[in-house]
Design a protein around this ligand. Structure first.
Ligand code: AMP
Length: 279
């Protein structure tokens, strides 16, 4: 049976017993509305740990748009069933007070990473992400924490935070799970109408095209063509597409050894992101 905790003290008391038995603990932080992408993180965590803790917490401080927070899908009963079916050991499902009561909001100097790409379109987002992830890491004290490549920039930001604060945890980035037609799985996909969903495919199609063509096309041209492919798609409003260095996220020269293409767009009212690692 999966143990479910809403209080951090109770969770910590439970995990202390397991730690005494030298059981490695893996953490999978989520905002719920679970799908197969989340479950792939749980599976990877299970393959490397004796105990897997999944957290479900819709973190208000990372939403720059109050409407987005309000309509974020919440499906806790279905989530619990999915986690039980996946043999997850522990669910941590705190409320906002349990996480942020008595918590001073600090600003972590994340540098340029915070202001590029997602940071430009979602001001303050990564301060909220680092706040909640640092709290989850200090409550759970996992040996390893698992995050999706889907949120590539988030992984870089969390890696930077862990280095800056000397948090003793190993971070693992797990591949993007996609629908059979290529759409990256996301909790927000439930907001797409059938029509919007078909237009949203332009994001993964364009990233695939970039992957197929980056070796033979100068990057400025690659980016311009990708931009125009997305901009031509009805109902899709491009925010950015960048061919970036995989560590700095600044535009990459063709000679870079670590390159990722990242995209964000609005499809109707729904904001979607996707990316592909090129080298
Ligand atoms: P979220 O609930 O959207 O905050 O996501 C929780 C974790 O699941 C994050 O580390 C995401 O990067 C990861 N994730 C979300 N969608 C996917 C996906 N399609 N494939 C793999 N991981 C994902």
């Amino acid at each position: 049976m999966m143990e479910i905790f809403t209080s951090r003290a109770a969770l910590q008391a439970y995990l202390r017993q397991l730690r005494k038995l030298n059981k490695p603990i893996g953490l999978v932080p989520t905002m719920g509305a679970l799908h197969a992408g989340h479950l792939s993180l749980i599976k990877q965590a299970q393959s490397q740990n004796d105990v897997v803790v999944c957290s479900i917490f819709v973190n208000p401080t990372q939403f720059n748009d109050p409407k987005d927070l309000e309509k974020y899908p919440r499906t806790i009963d279905a989530d619990i069933r999915m986690l039980q079916d996946a043999n997850c050991d522990v669910l941590f499902n705190p409320d906002v007070k349990e996480i942020y009561d008595n918590h001073e909001q600090w600003h972590l100097p994340l540098g340029e990473l915070e202001h590029l790409l997602e940071g430009e379109f979602r001001p303050g987002h990564y301060q909220g992400v680092t706040q909640v992830v640092s709290i989850l890491l200090s409550v759970v004290e996992p040996d390893t924490a698992f995050f999706g490549q889907k949120d590539y920039q988030q992984f870089l930001v969390i890696s930077k935070m862990v280095r800056m604060l000397h948090i003793p945890v190993k971070l693992v980035m797990c591949p993007i799970k996609r629908e059979p037609d290529g759409l990256a799985m996301s909790s927000r996909n439930v907001h797409l109408s059938a029509d919007e969903r078909s237009h949203a495919l332009i994001l993964s199609k364009t990233l695939n095209w970039v992957k197929d063509n980056f070796k033979s096309t100068p990057f400025p041209q690659l980016k311009a063509e990708a931009e125009s492919m997305i901009s031509r798609e009805a109902g899709v409003e491009l925010e950015y597409i960048e061919i970036a260095n995989g560590e700095t996220l600044k535009p990459a020269p063709e000679s870079d050894k670590n390159i990722v293409a990242l995209v964000a767009a609005r499809v109707g009212k729904t904001r979607l992101i996707d990316n592909v690692i090129l080298v």
